[in-house]
Design a protein around this ligand. Structure first.
Ligand code: CP3
Length: 341
């Protein structure tokens, strides 16, 4: 078992810098497309043998140091009693967005083992076959709320912010339910065998710091406190586009902070203080020439050398257009250049 990733999360010295990529299992891989050609995305998430197969693909192909459960942050929202669909090219759609107290009242806080047994089964399958640690995950409450309130992806998040500002009680009632669901869901993943957890806060970057502090952060803190009471596995918090929020994200309670590419990694390390750091190359830097990509990786490794623990990653998910060969080049470079350092 290669536990370099877990060591880095805990802030121990490692023989080389471990690396995994957000969305490392996905559409840029012909091997994924082949499986996906036979089933819809949601069926893929709900069929443990297939979900485990695509989770394995990037590990077997490129030698990543951690696997991430193949699923989606919106799976537990479906279990809360919402009608979720993925439309080709449009992303996720909730047919009945939540805009009033009745909508909140109709949400259930599901028992994850009963409503999402396929997730726990995928985790168990993976634990019996993987030689690297398995990361479980969930969306952070604010990011999940944006999908529920907007009904899908959004650019300005008008409905979400309008609810925050005009109907704060309604907003907080909704967040309380999402938070209860997410806390139970992550705890179930730990019981099934997840060896680290990441919370994706993909959209908090749209919030002013004072609003993040009031409307998003307390819910992240509460989930992390619940997890701390039942496990000591590493907890990673990724606040995408969060460089204006670091005074606050450092109080979330996570062991590891994930960063997008807008902050230089050296600055991220300084702000992260006693946390391990994960990130943060621009996913589109994978389109650089090999020489330039390797030079950029080299300078990131140097800038991050004082981190309490460093896990190399992208600053956000890999794009479907990425040539798989470039992923191999990047992973090999992280391993080779960090082992020399
Ligand atoms: O990282 C991994 O490899 C694990 C799997 C994973 C997926 N989604 C698979 C997926 C993870 C961790 C996620 C998280 C996720 N899902 C987030 C948070 C991370 C981030 O990117 O900020 C968000 C916001 C979602 C919601 C979501 N799921 C969207 C917006 C979309 C559509 C995106 C698009 O480009 O069409 C999805 C679908 C999705 N999730 C796919 C995959 C592989 C593509 C599905 C397909 O095969 O068509």
């Amino acid at each position: 078992m290669n536990d370099t990733f877990l060591q880095a999360c805990r802030g121990s010295r490692t023989a080389y810098t471990p690396v995994w990529f957000m969305r490392q299992a996905g559409r840029y891989l012909p091997e994924y497309q082949k499986v996906r050609g036979k089933v819809s995305f949601l069926e893929l998430c709900k069929t443990p043998e297939l979900a485990a197969e695509v989770t394995h693909q990037p590990i077997d192909l490129f030698g990543f140091d951690a696997a991430i459960l193949f699923s989606d942050i919106l799976i537990p929202m479906e279990a809360m009693n919402l009608d979720l669909a993925f439309h080709e090219g449009k992303g996720p759609i909730f047919a009945n967005p939540i805009r009033d107290q009745r909508g909140v009242d109709e949400l259930i806080v599901p028992d994850p083992d009963e409503t999402m047994p396929f997730v726990m089964e995928t985790i168990r399958l993976l634990r019996s076959s993987l030689q690297v640690p398995l990361i479980g995950f969930a969306g952070a409450p604010f990011t999940l709320a944006t999908y529920l309130i907007e009904g899908g992806s959004s650019k300005v998040f008008l409905n979400t912010k309008r609810m925050m500002f005009q109907a704060p009680e309604l907003y907080h009632n909704l967040m309380a339910k999402i938070t209860a669901c997410t806390s139970k869901y992550l705890q179930a993943q730990v019981r099934a065998g997840a060896q680290a957890l990441q919370m994706f806060d993909s959209w908090v970057g749209i919030l002013a710091p004072e609003d993040y502090k009031e409307f998003a952060l307390p819910y992240v803190q509460s989930i992390i406190a619940d997890l701390r009471a039942m496990t000591d596995i590493p907890l990673i918090y990724f606040a995408n586009n969060g460089s204006t929020l670091t005074d606050l994200t450092t109080t979330a309670g996570a062991d590891v902070l994930g960063f997008d590419w807008r902050l230089p990694i050296g600055e991220a390390v300084r702000r992260a203080g006693n946390h391990a750091v994960q990130g943060n190359i621009d996913p589109i830097a994978l389109f650089l020439s090999q020489a330039k990509l390797e030079a950029r990786i080299q300078s990131m490794l140097e800038e991050a050398r004082d981190a309490k623990g460093y896990i190399f990653n992208l600053g956000h998910g890999i794009l479907p257009q990425t040539p798989p060969e470039q992923v191999r080049i990047a992973v090999d470079a992280v391993h080779r250049l960090s082992a020399q350092a």
